[in-house]
Write a protein that binds this ligand. Structure first.
Ligand code: CA
Length: 325
């Protein structure tokens, strides 16, 4: 299988062994080799695009900052007693971006997620953005290849349903596009962590009319994120063929994540997101996951990239647990 637009990433981690009693992420996630890695369970794909961000964003540098810290983390989850190196995981590289043409970039992302879904139907892809505009072409590609009815768990401070007539497909519009193109149904979308003074009434009303299930950050604190996840999974099990997770890092409180374009107060805590991702990834019907809007140019000592990577590791823990069942 030759992917049309995947290329070797700018930064390739050093995979050499250090302490013989410690396994680092860099030793676990090896570059994908098409001749022998057709049984990949977890595929990592970098999407270095942030020209499509409404506000300034260096999120195109996140796949690189994400890989650069692979020697700072081990593969063992103490709380869950899970060794991640039991998962067959590979780094598929980055989607090659056009220098100036955002529409072309989105087409390449869609083509890549289509090809992965088509040729690796049992693999769970994890897409490392990039800004949030990437979620529309990712899901569009998955939908075209799988024909599945897809539920979406959407962690975000924003609804992302801006009208595309005002600036085209940006990081403010992915759910508008997904709903308008019927890639997903509003009732199958669970948006968690929405914040006050970060959205407008008109867009809120639009999302409600479309049937999107909206849980504000305050609501999460009131009823508990676990209860929301259980409710969402119940609906997905009854109505969808599987579900996808998209996590905008701005769902977290601004005191935790400096490297984010749209920082804001009153957000979720890391543990709420980590626990949710692990629980969600354990489910048999998980389709894929993306992490978006991490801007390394605004970060401090890689704090935000480390949270993004940790979120991926908690997600991977769930995948490993699913394999044990
Ligand atoms: Ca977003």
């Amino acid at each position: 299988m030759n992917f049309t637009y995947l290329k070797k990433p700018l930064y390739v981690p050093d995979t050499s062994k250090g302490d013989p009693y410690v396994t680092l992420l860099a030793e676990w996630i090896k570059p994908f080799e098409k001749e022998k890695d057709d049984k990949t369970e977890l595929a990592l794909i970098g999407i270095p695009l942030s020209k499509s961000s409404i506000s300034f964003s260096g999120a195109h540098l996140h796949p690189e900052s994400f890989r650069k810290i692979w020697r700072s983390f081990t593969t063992y989850n103490i709380d869950s007693d899970i060794e991640l190196s039991t998962i067959n995981a590979h780094d598929f590289g980055d989607v090659s971006m056009h220098t100036t043409d955002i529409i072309e970039c989105h087409k390449r992302i869609e083509k890549t997620s289509f090809e992965i879904t088509k040729h690796f139907p049992k693999t769970v892809p994890v897409f490392i953005g990039g800004d949030h505009s990437i979620t529309y072409p990712i899901l569009s590609g998955i939908k075209k290849a799988s024909k599945k009815r897809i539920g979406v768990i959407h962690f975000d401070a924003h609804l992302d349903v801006r009208d595309t007539n005002y600036g085209g497909n940006s990081n403010g519009t992915p759910f508008r596009s997904l709903l308008e193109s019927n890639v997903v149904k509003g009732e199958d979308v669970f948006t968690i962590g929405i914040r006050n003074f970060a959205n407008s009434k008109i867009y809120y009303d639009y999302a409600k009319e479309k049937g999107v299930n909206i849980y504000t950050s305050k609501k999460v604190k009131e009823i508990g994120i676990q209860n929301i996840i259980i409710e969402a999974l119940k609906h997905i099990k009854e109505h969808c063929d599987g579900f996808y997770i998209t996590c905008d890092i701005d769902v977290l409180d601004q005191s935790i994540v400096p490297g984010v374009p749209a920082i804001g107060p009153g957000g979720l805590h890391t543990q709420e997101v980590f626990d949710s991702l692990e629980y969600l990834a354990k489910q048999k019907n998980i389709i894929g996951f993306d992490m978006v809007c991490v801007d390394p140019t605004q970060d401090l000592r890689d704090v935000t990239s480390r949270i993004s990577l940790h979120a991926f590791l908690q997600f991977s823990t769930g995948i490993a647990q699913k394999n044990l069942d």
